[in-house]
Ligand binder design. Structure first.
Ligand SMILES: [Zn+2]
Length: 298
């Protein structure tokens, strides 16, 4: 790498840190969500997913679940699609009110994007209309955004950019609340509880799905009115969690350590689990049912 390339790369990395609110779960969180989903895919859905994956995925959806974060410079239009914040201190989610980009263009947010890419993927079996879309990209976007909408601060308050402007300490390290929820929770959990191994963490979450959350599990994949997908409900859960647990005791300048970590880690793990189970549920519905009615926009 030449000096100017090096400077360029440095600048890009710097910019990535300055741009708020567009990252979603970090690489590890997206990988975990998709890996959890894989275990719940039907044979038919799994085959359809494999047929759409790009070569770089090496046959594994989890390998490309962070792709939309890596493509956001090429696809600048997509940066608004990773989140959907609510007005300050409003702890409910209203699609009409909250789903828009910074210019106010409607439906350009994470829940709108989930609806859009679900609709695109539903043309999979229809040779004529599927040609209108790039279904490989639609699959990677959908898998990623279902992960994002489960990260509570991707449905946080507009005023603090989903926690991006709340500067705090994570143990001894300076950070912001958004980054802690995207990445540092999972990194710290791996370090202290899972021998630095994401596979061990995923295994533990899977065990919890079948043991601890078994009673709730059957409802996770369902949507009211037999909808294919209900991102508005996932967003509602996120903003409620943000209000009740994420923002609480995390005012600017505070140090978040063991108390915060151990009391909130179960939320992080449950959201990864729910994202995975729901991703599988929607892919199963899309690829294995003959006729589907998608009720747009909730
Ligand atoms: Zn994202």
């Amino acid at each position: 790498m030449g000096r100017s390339d090096f400077l360029c790369a440095g600048l890009v990395i710097l910019l990535l840190h300055l741009i708020p609110g567009i990252l979603g779960w970090g690489k590890l969180g997206h990988y975990a969500t998709c890996k959890i989903a894989e275990a719940y895919l039907t044979k038919g859905a799994s085959a359809a997913v494999k047929s759409l994956l790009p070569r770089i995925a090496e046959g594994d959806l989890a390998n490309v679940c962070a792709w939309p974060d890596q493509s956001r410079f090429r696809y600048r239009w997509s940066s608004a699609l990773h989140y959907s914040d609510t007005p300050d201190f409003r702890c409910n989610y209203v699609f009409k009110r909250d789903c828009h980009d910074t210019k106010g263009q409607e439906k350009r947010c994470v829940t709108g994007a989930i609806n859009n890419y679900t609709t695109q993927l539903m043309s999979y079996k229809d040779t004529y209309s599927s040609k209108r879309y790039n279904l490989t990209e639609a699959l990677m976007f959908l898998a990623h955004f279902i992960g994002d909408v489960h990260q509570p601060l991707h449905v946080g308050f507009v005023g603090d950019l989903g926690g991006n402007t709340i500067n705090v300490h994570w143990y001894r390290r300076r950070s912001n609340l958004h980054h802690i929820w995207d990445t540092l929770f999972i990194e710290s959990a791996m370090k202290t509880l899972y021998s630095e191994d994401l596979g061990v963490m995923i295994k533990s979450i899977r065990k919890n799905i079948t043991d601890g959350w078994r009673d709730e599990l059957k409802n996770w994949g369902d949507c009211a009115k037999a909808r294919v997908i209900c991102p508005g409900s996932y967003a509602s859960e996120s903003i409620k969690l943000a209000c009740k647990y994420v923002y609480r005791n995390a005012t600017p300048g505070t140090t978040l350590d063991d108390d915060y970590f151990y009391s909130r880690l179960p939320i992080v793990e449950k959201r990864l689990a729910q994202g995975g189970v729901r991703l599988a549920a929607v892919l199963n519905r899309i690829f294995t049912r003959k006729s589907l009615v998608l009720q747009q926009w909730d």
